[in-house]
Design a protein around this ligand. Structure first.
Ligand SMILES: Cc1ncc(COP(=O)(O)O)c(C=O)c1O
Length: 453
């Protein structure tokens, strides 16, 4: 599919013409941001990129330059930037009624919950809408604690579940955690991904040993009963890591033996991104008790959800519980439109086919570029781990940053992740085409060649 490219690869054509940008100069935008916004809010390139317009899988900077977006607003733009159907339905709803709260009736609220229930395994049919992934995870943990009467929660090392204090406690990278008192009772079991596992053996043996580590964690760190086990079917921020197909089945069985509920964090993996299935957990043959969603559910609009069984959801009703923006008519309109577009444009199928082509191409690059230590993931959720040495697996952190810069120069935007910042995260809008991924592979070939020297 790709050849050792030496020339500047050409991006596939696009008929969309961006509007002339008439706003403040980039330097002014940067200065204002630096002076008035919290310094914790970071940008990823040496020279921060300013983006002012989007069209499907493409983004445009203030000069009108086009980029192929392989990071999708951090795995959030599922249908494509400024998707006409989503935009129209949001605009129509905003012009009619933007907000009243759920203390009044509105048809979209129940309708979208019903549409989500139809996508879930039977029994998972009651939804609470919130605005972001961390809120969804906080609420899921709260519900599990109320339902089970237990407090302890098992999450996985290398996982990411958000930045609120409770979600930060679940998150398992020291780089994303503050040295403050977080939510208590959270313990982290070994990540089942075979590439950097402390266990030896085949991926399936490593998965079994990792599942057994949950039992050990429960035995040694909890009263022997737990409220929940939360995991991303494929870890996103952690660098697209996941266990062998037997992992979640074995893990869920151990968790349920100890009274816990199983929570699938589908914030990145949901809505068809992983190709063969609509939800990430379906790849592993398990049915969670609670599913949390955000990002792709709204194609960029603030929308998140927690779906569970009625008897679990009912435990919240013992107190007054309220979320001001959760379920507002505009976000519901966005969610309904996203589901329609995913179905009408067969985006899950596109994730499977185009994602498969991309993964094969990345594996092929792995045969020619020594920096590539591992290629993993499913559908359009792919990770490429860069290492200085394939035996020691020394993380190639600086080289990864250089690859990001080089790709940007050629018009391709990707993300990075993993504890060491050495995994390229490739998760484009699900409308990306075969021609786009062929171009991206050529660009990566060129850039890796340059970085490897
Ligand atoms: C798997 C996962 N869960 C939860 C979150 C938190 O979502 P939010 O940033 O919307 O709070 C993220 C964000 O990246 C995520 O990747």
């Amino acid at each position: 599919m790709t050849t050792a490219a030496t020339t500047r690869p050409t991006m596939p054509p696009c008929s969309h013409v961006p509007r002339p940008y008439t706003g403040p100069a980039r330097s002014e935008v940067l200065a204002t941001r630096r002076q008035y916004t919290n310094p914790a809010i970071f940008t990823i390139y040496r020279e921060p990129l300013m983006l002012v317009e989007g069209h499907r899988q493409y983004l445009f900077d203030e000069t009108g330059r086009r980029y192929l977006d392989l990071f999708a607003g951090i795995v959030t733009v599922s249908c494509g930037h400024a998707h006409p159907t989503v935009t129209k339905r949001v605009q129509e709803q905003a012009a009619l009624l933007a907000h009243t709260t759920t203390i009044y009736l509105h048809p979209h609220f129940g309708e979208f919950a019903k549409r989500l229930a139809a996508k879930m395994p039977p029994g998972l049919d009651v939804t609470y809408f919130v605005n972001a992934g961390n809120e969804a995870n906080d609420l899921a943990i709260q519900m599990a604690r109320l339902y089970t009467g237990n407090n302890d929660v098992i999450a996985l090392r290398n996982g990411y579940h958000g930045g609120s204090p409770a979600a930060m406690a679940l998150t398992s990278h020291h780089t994303w955690k503050y040295p403050t008192q977080l939510n208590s009772g959270v313990h982290h079991a070994v990540c089942p991904d075979p590439y950097r596992s402390p266990f030896a053996g085949t991926p399936s043996q490593i998965a079994s040993k990792s599942a057994e580590d949950i039992r050990e964690t429960i035995r040694f760190s909890t009263p022997g009963k737990i409220a929940a086990f939360i995991t991303e079917p494929l870890q996103g921020v952690g660098g697209v890591t996941h266990g062998a197909p037997n992992y979640l089945k074995e893990a869920y069985a151990i968790v349920r033996e100890h009274g816990g509920l199983c929570i699938a964090d589908e914030v990145q993996t949901g809505f068809g991104r992983t190709g063969d299935h609509f939800w990430g957990f379906q790849h592993f043959g398990v049915v969670p008790d609670i599913v949390t969603m955000a990002k792709g559910i709204g194609n960029g609009y603030a929308l998140a959800a927690v779906t569970t069984r009625r008897e679990i959801a009912e435990k919240l009703a013992q107190r007054i519980h309220f979320n001001t923006y959760g379920g507002n008519p505009v976000s519901m309109a966005a969610g309904l439109a996203v589901l329609d577009v995913i179905e009408e444009e067969r985006l899950q199928e596109n994730s499977r086919v185009v994602g498969g082509r991309l993964k094969t191409g990345l594996q092929d690059l792995g045969t020619r570029h020594r920096l590539i230590g591992d290629v993993r993931g499913m559908g359009l959720m792919l990770g490429v781990e860069l290492v200085r040495d394939r035996n020691t697996k020394e993380p190639a952190r600086e080289e990864t940053a250089a690859v990001l810069e080089g790709l940007r120069e050629l018009g391709v935007l990707v993300g990075k992740g993993g504890l060491f910042g050495n995994v390229l995260r490739i998760k484009p809008p699900m409308c990306v085409t075969a021609a786009d991924v062929d171009f991206a592979l050529e660009a990566l070939d060129v850039v890796l060649g340059r970085v490897e020297g």
